[in-house]
Design a protein around this ligand. Structure first.
Ligand code: 5GP
Length: 199
């Protein structure tokens, strides 16, 4: 395997697209991938661990951090605040890891505007809205009102898919996983990320 300059892998997907499952599989398969742990004001869900899934903070703390310029991007999603700190990314990059970011479309746009990091963006598409709706209900973590809100957001988010470097449809988990693996392998081999290997 070539030694490449580490970079960011930015993933967005409407909720219920199987993104979390896919990201966990990728982290198992590829050594040298870290996960950027975001800060959020959203209440912790069953099974989530503070500092692993998110850093759970209250609105005051979040605002303080934002005002102090600690976030490379932050956004309001489903009525809660979410943000990625420079520190979450920089620590992993400094250790030589590529960094997975699981952020929404606003976050990807802000990261692009910040022009601070080398990143590849990937949008995971649901196979269809009916399928997405039943997946969200099966997951059984959210109220009916939240599910409706998430579906409405999904419709809006899918419109932003063309802004991403890659679009992967998760109609079959193994296929989607193979496609994502191919993207990571190819991006790691980009000449621009391996230039030092030639000098
Ligand atoms: P959930 O609450 O279901 O974990 O995440 C809701 C949405 O917030 C998802 O689309 C997820 O990608 C997005 N999100 C999570 N962390 C961040 C972040 O740090 N910044 C932005 N912009 N979005 C985030």
């Amino acid at each position: 395997m070539s030694k490449h300059k580490p970079f960011l892998l930015v993933f967005s997907a409407p909720s219920g697209c199987g993104k979390t499952t896919l990201l966990n599989k990728l982290r198992e398969k590829f050594p040298g991938i870290g996960f950027s742990v975001s800060h959020t004001t959203r209440p912790r869900r069953r099974g989530e661990v503070d500092g692993v899934d998110y850093h759970f903070v209250d609105q005051d703390k979040f605002k303080q951090m934002r005002d102090a310029g600690l976030f490379v991007e932050s956004a309001t999603v489903h009525l809660n605040s979410y943000g990625t700190t420079f520190a979450a990314i920089d620590t992993l990059l400094a250790a030589g890891n590529d960094v997975i970011l699981d952020i929404d479309v606003q976050g990807m746009r802000r990261l692009q505007a910040a022009n601070h990091y080398d990143f590849v963006s990937i949008f995971i598409m649901p196979p269809g809205l009916d399928e997405l709706s039943s997946r969200l209900r099966l997951r059984d973590t959210d109220s009916e009102q939240v599910i409706k809100q998430r579906l409405a957001n999904a419709v809006a988010e899918i419109k932003a898919a063309p802004l991403y470097d890659y679009n992967v449809v998760n109609d079959d988990l193994e296929n989607a996983f193979t496609e994502l693996s191919a993207i990571i392998t190819a991006e790691r081999l980009r000449t621009s990320r391996n230039i030092e290997n030639f000098s």
